[in-house]
Design a protein around this ligand. Sequence first.
Ligand code: NCD
Length: 306
Amino acid sequence: MPLCNRHLLGLEGMPKDDIQLILDTATTFREVLDRPIKKVPTLQGKTIVNLFFESSTRTRISFELAERRLSADVVNFSADASSVKKGETLKDTARNIEVMKIDMIVMRHTAPGAAVFLSNVTGAIIINAGDGSHEHPTQALLDMYTIREKHGRIEGLNICIVGDISHSRVALSNIFGLKTMGANVAICAPKTLIPCEVEQLGVKVFYNIDEAIRWADILNVLRIQLERQDRAFFPSLREYRQHFAVTRERLDKSKKTLTIMHPGPINRDVELSADVADSEHSVILQQVLNGVAVRMAVLYLLGTRS
Ligand code: NCD
């Protein structure tokens, strides 16, 4: 069965079967990454453009690796060195790229909705690599893959997303995906970093990190997105750390062992203490590795869908 949609714009409304298919396909590609020769001919002859209008380390390298491991032809575009600086619109940029006969565009953009817009103005297959504070579907998929790998399931687990929920596309995509897969989802942050009416998404809300730790099996810790904050949402980073940082001391108070996740980049000793980030309970580097396999799965399923 192919995926329902020809683009990957977000996880809102994505059926459970589609998420399952991506995660199962990623398992096959994860195996390829352990082989001495990590390349398969699956997307030979396909051309993919990585359109990045916002800075990125992990996601960009991960997509490019995934594309090359599938033998696609890859073109990288960075907004800093492009005609966008000369005033060209997104639509014109995309149309000019498309006319050169490309098959897929992977885009990261600062504007929420940019990926949906692109899918309406070009004929290429679009993969959203993060659109402002809206969605980051491949991050949530790799998070779910990592949860399944570590716990053997997603359904029924208590997963709490901690940090800057209001400005985080990772939070929103995780909420949509995890709810669809049957997890119990909570968020934990200061009131000022929680969007209003968030309960409508079916999540539990904690304002106290110790209570969240008592409830959760897994913590997905997020960075404070200072670059998206137009005013102060809390007095200082020191105070944020004091009340919300995930530290060894706080985790030790809990009787069980929690799995610690983070999409990166980590601000060490702000939202997450360095010793916890590097501890045996952290799956942060597994997330990065699994990201390549998950992106290979998405590219394969969309790129070969008839
Ligand atoms: C996230 C992003 O860019 O949304 N990082 C990532 O893709 N690995 C989270 C962040 O920037 O904090």
